[in-house]
Ligand binder design. Structure first.
Ligand SMILES: [Zn+2]
Length: 294
């Protein structure tokens, strides 16, 4: 029974017995692992508060056979994201990240790029606010998702939150990296149905065909952007504005494109489109979706 070391983000915890807890962890080295933390509910356990939701920790665990849970033997806090506790839109975005990683990745299927992106996203969302946070803290973020949300709704009524940057583009960047890593990257530069390369507005102007600027759509079932010729064959496809198309390509190609200022209309369109695409791929609507802003 080898002891493994890993960096881990805590995605979910459930009480297992009087004193123990089961934790779902997203590790850089092994992908998703589920561990039993014996004594994990006691105040002075080996794990202290390392198993709080969305905490980055360093862990040691014993790999068991496929039929039983791995056993957590050590967990030390490396980093927390305190701003999440006083910024509701950022907190929902972070919970959504945890939900996607927990529900969509396989056990022992590592994606270091996705681990790094998740961590970078939590750091961006959890950056200290420029003004001092006065919001109250969520005392027990390790409880169930639902009760955490209820807690946060009642405890974070902090008007300063509205001055925080919108988490939408940062979250969209994470989702695009996740989709690429899991093999579901939507087609953005060529039609998802016929494969024809899609012309940008600038290219159309140069080629003198601006007067017939393509109207584009996005089809979750086809797996991406659909050209004007194929659109009538995809009845479920949604109109895609040039602005949102450009934003999607930028967010998928550039690490820091999420820092650009996107219009509220473009942000809302991207949110709607990603919601539809993720829901289609998962076969159900993620629990956190209704709480996400753009
Ligand atoms: Zn086409």
């Amino acid at each position: 029974m080898p002891a493994e070391k890993a960096q881990a983000l805590v995605l979910r915890t459930t009480d297992w017995s009087e004193s123990s807890r089961i934790a779902t962890l997203w590790t850089r080295e092994f992908g998703k692992v589920r561990v039993l933390a014996k004594g994990g509910r006691r105040l002075k356990s080996n794990f202290e508060n390392a198993l709080d939701l969305l905490t980055l920790c360093r862990i040691v665990f014993l790999r068991k056979s496929s039929s039983s849970l791995d056993l957590l033997t050590e967990a030390q806090v490396v980093e927390r994201f305190p701003r999440l506790r006083s910024d509701l839109p950022a907190l929902y975005a972070a919970y959504y990240i945890a939900e996607l990683l927990s529900d969509w990745t396989e056990d022992y299927d590592p994606h270091p790029v996705l681990f790094d992106e998740a961590l970078a996203t939590l750091r961006s969302l959890g950056q200290p606010a420029k003004i001092e946070d006065r919001g109250s803290r969520i005392e027990d973020s390790s409880r169930s998702l639902q009760s955490s949300i209820l807690d946060s709704q009642s405890s974070i009524l902090n008007p300063q939150s509205s001055k925080s940057p919108s988490p939408g583009p940062r979250l969209a960047r994470f989702e695009l990296v996740l989709l690429r890593e899991l093999g579901y990257m939507p087609a953005l530069t060529s039609c998802a149905v016929c494969g024809q390369e899609l012309q940008t507005g600038a290219a159309q102007a140069v080629s003198g065909s601006a007067e017939r600027a393509q109207s584009l759509a996005f089809s979750p079932a086809a797996g991406g952007v659909v050209c004007s010729v194929c659109w009538p064959t995809r009845r479920e496809a949604l109109t895609l504005s040039q602005g949102a198309w450009q934003a999607l390509r930028d967010l998928s190609e550039k690490d820091d494109a999420w820092q650009e200022s996107f219009s509220p209309e473009v942000r809302a369109e991207i949110r709607r489109l990603l919601n539809d695409y993720v829901t289609y791929l998962l076969g159900r609507r993620p629990r956190l979706l209704p709480y996400l802003g753009s």
